[in-house]
Design a protein around this ligand. Structure first.
Ligand code: G3P
Length: 217
């Protein structure tokens, strides 16, 4: 499974990319709004760091505006993916941009029916938001299970990009279900590393080693 980071922070992206486990980046208008500087320059820098799919979202809500913004975003770098919302205009823009060979990520997906539409429109990625479903007392990961089943039934090529991941269990369940990608905030990627037994074990190994060196000295 591929691991993306969901952030606009270049500092965080640099740090995670240095670990060698990062496959791509997702951003959204809320995340990019937090960063200083021009969003296009920031996206260009991110593409240079990760050299993998980097999603930049349109803010237009009508078809013509999405097409215009989509073309602008795609021009930023070869790694750019145009993110469009799962609306009628978004699906129409997805079909048109995908037809031109531009990679599209259809975002704000909350139902299997919506995911089916994204695949039919030729999306490269669909982004179901699991955490936001959990927030309204609906099982977000159940949506992933349903999308995996539907896409497998028809061999759709659209990659399932599990978004709005809030904790490591979302990531592990996504991997167990065979989702293609999980995108996580930097803090969740950090949590993936943690296990108390790793820390306790390492501490003991190092103490035992030091003791043995002291005896030999
Ligand atoms: O970028 C889309 C998604 O990952 C947002 O997550 O935590 O704001 O629901 P969240």
């Amino acid at each position: 499974m591929k691991l993306f980071v969901d952030t606009g922070s270049i500092k965080d992206i640099e740090a995670i990319a240095a670990l060698g486990i990062l496959d791509g980046v997702t951003t959204n208008p809320s995340l990019l709004a937090k960063e200083p500087g021009d969003f296009r320059d920031n996206l260009k820098k991110i593409c240079g760091i990760v050299k993998g799919p980097v999603s930049g979202e349109v803010t237009a809500t009508d078809y013509a505006g999405m097409m215009r913004e989509g073309h602008d975003i795609a021009k930023i770098d070869q790694y750019m993916v145009v993110k469009v919302p799962l609306t009628r205009d978004g699906i129409r823009a997805c079909k048109a941009l995908s037809g031109e060979g531009i990679a599209v990520n259809v975002t704000l997906c909350f139902s299997p029916a919506q995911a089916l539409l994204a695949a039919k429109a030729g999306a490269s990625f669909v982004s179901p938001f699991v955490g936001r479903l959990d927030d309204i007392a609906t099982n977000g990961m159940e949506l992933i299970r349903e999308i995996v089943e539907i896409y497998d039934n028809y061999d759709f090529k659209t990659e399932i990009l599990v978004a709005s991941c809030r904790h490591p269990i979302h990531v592990v369940e996504a991997a167990r279900m065979g989702a293609d990608i999980a995108t996580c905030p930097p803090a969740v990627i950090d949590q993936l590393f943690n296990h108390p037994l790793t820390n306790i074990g390492l501490e003991k190994f190092l103490k035992d080693w030091e003791k043995a060196q002291a005896v030999k000295a």
